[in-house]
Design a protein around this ligand. Structure first.
Ligand SMILES: O=C(O)c1ccccc1N[C@@H]1O[C@H](COP(=O)(O)O)[C@@H](O)[C@H]1O
Length: 199
């Protein structure tokens, strides 16, 4: 199970996620209680080994701005929430970056199709809200069969194993469920989440 831990803003939380076995770490570069600056991300990357994907998270920014900000931060991955078109996937790749394309669980069926992105992420209606949803509703979506896709929204150490199995997800992504309060990560929960997801 691929595990991404998102909304990291301190060296301690980055090190905990990496040591626990996370496959990807996320840095929020858009309006959020978890927002970090590109300069902060550059410093946090010192604790991310080459085998772990470091992802810049954006929502509603113009694509060119997101790419420029991610590049300034030293990131090779972007996670884009908001309205995207298939051409945007090409534009991210043309910029030499990899893409997590984020859609909500209520998106039109076409949004679940393979547009060529590295990973698809299926989230609650409001990203980063900690809101759980009907994960099992994804298990029969034909477009997701044999796809690399991440489940997100309302996951935590207690529900991640059951939720990912119910959805048929290839991986998971978490933010709120590993926090002690909004925007403040709980190191023990990060470790417990990765362990539960990979168990
Ligand atoms: O975490 C945020 O604040 C955020 C803001 C804007 C876009 C995406 C954001 N995070 C993503 O939301 C989910 C985590 O949701 P939850 O908090 O665990 O319910 C994950 O995909 C994050 O990358």
């Amino acid at each position: 199970m691929f595990v991404k831990v998102c909304g990291l803003s301190t060296p301690e939380s980055v090190r905990e996620a990496v040591d626990a076995g996370a496959d990807a770490v996320g840095f929020v570069l858009t309006a959020s209680p978890r927002v970090v600056s590109p300069a902060q991300v550059s410093r946090l990357l010192a604790d991310v080994p080459s085998g772990v994907a470091a992802v810049g998270v954006f929502r509603h920014e113009p694509l060119a701005d997101a790419i420029a900000i991610a590049r300034a931060a030293g990131l090779e991955w972007v996670q884009l929430h908001g309205d995207l078109a298939p051409e945007d996937v090409t534009a991210v790749h043309d910029a030499g970056m990899k893409l997590i394309r984020a859609v909500t669980m209520a998106a039109a069926a076409d949004a679940f199709a393979d547009w060529g992105e590295e990973l698809l992420l299926i989230d609650a209606a409001v990203p980063g809200s900690g809101e759980a949803w009907d994960y099992a509703s994804m298990v029969d979506v034909t477009a997701l069969q044999d796809r690399k896709w991440l489940l997100a929204g309302g996951l935590d150490p207690a529900n991640v194993a059951q939720a990912s199995a119910a959805a048929g997800a290839w991986g998971v992504d978490v933010s709120s469920g590993v926090e002690v309060s909004r925007g403040v990560k709980d190191l023990a929960k990060i470790r417990a989440f990765v362990k539960a997801a990979k168990s």
